[in-house]
Design a protein around this ligand. Sequence first.
Ligand SMILES: [Zn+2]
Length: 484
Amino acid sequence: MSKYFPVIGLEIHCQLATETKLFCDCKVEVNTLANKNVCEGCLGMPGALPVPNKKAVEYAIRLGLALNCEIDSKAMWARKNYFYPDLPSGYQVTQIGLIPELDHPIAKKGWIEIELDDGKTKRVGITRIHMEEDAGKLVHDLSPEGSHFDANRCGTPLCEIVTEPDIRSPQEAVLVLQKIKQILEYTGVSNANMENGNMRCDGNISIRPSEDAPFGVRSEIKNLNSFSNLEKALETEILYQSIALDAKQPLEQCTKRYDVVKNKTVVIRSKEDALDYKYFPEPNTARLITDPKCIEEIRNTLPELPDARRKRFIDSFDITAYDAHVLTIEKEVSEWFDEAATKCKNPKILANWIISELLREVKDLDGGLSSVKMTPIDLANLVNLIEDKTISGKIAKTVFAEMLETGKTPDTIIQEKGLVQISDPVAIEAMVREVIAANQVQFEEFKSGKASIKGFFVGQIMRASGGKANPGIVNQILDKIAKE
Ligand SMILES: [Zn+2]
């Protein structure tokens, strides 16, 4: 571990889940024919006028409110000029102004909370959220014609979320990214799928010799597309900067990328050749004036957010903080548990089944939890059957496996396979005596006080009953006979 103290801030880009693009009616569609969804507007042809997408603005406001931001009801659009082969217009419309009078992003001054390992929570500031349009895509597929340009992504709406430099370790950075991803999913603002590229993260990082020293020289690591890459890239950069400072080598402010294969950060450009984007107010669109009433309407339709849901799960279902955390990471899982828990006699046990059995199975499935044949109510009923002592925990595992495979209800499976637990003391005593008769020597040892041999008898009796004997009653009867 480095002796230096890291200071980290994140910039997170997410694609908004709208049906159409930010300034035209072209469809937002992935995996379709190249250049299918384009028009004069998103191709940047002279004379085409942009019309902001109302839904995209609503989503950005919803996100701002969910991240506890102030919403700017007079947001502005700016033009960021640069040449890039996948940007036909030669500029990107965004919400950055270089002087305060012109800098009006849709939202600013917010915060989120992350839960640290020691059980404490930490607040991390959100500096701003601004809307912008995405560029197209170059496809380098090594075909004889060379590279191709696909403009389908041109003009797709994005939000960039910038955090304050409040993060103090790569692990905290991962927690911040996880929390923001969760909020994007819960609010429905973005699919926030990092593998598909509709969410990506840049990390700004510097180190300093003590926690109250001024910030050091920072590097910006671009386009980190997974939690593990974010963590590894920041760790690698901390190591790189620590070695430089130890050797008294001055660091230079620069932009880097992370080479996954070499586990190394590589300079893309230094401060000297930092790009000058010549921002100016976008002349083709008016200010984005939002009626404060609309903002309040959006606030009123905000769904239950992950922190609130986690707290409710702990309070109403009496599950542990850890279980509540795991069950709320993904919105879909939290909804599944919520539905099942309201019908379950023991939500604590239900939480265990979901976390240690169901989620383990789901991990290997393509469609995730929605592709599971078992319904939440059926799993709740399975737990209820264990609670009623209709079946043992062991039999429940067999039933669970069958439920996953066939989608049948637990009652049907138990009836079909005759798996109801045997709790009749007379029937159990007969089985116990039979097993004792076959293992006289061991039984004498047990009687003379060798307690460790009890497990052997319980195992034999459970086997003899096909796993159906009630283990509590088996234990009681064994003790009773030993005292005879
Ligand atoms: Zn278009």
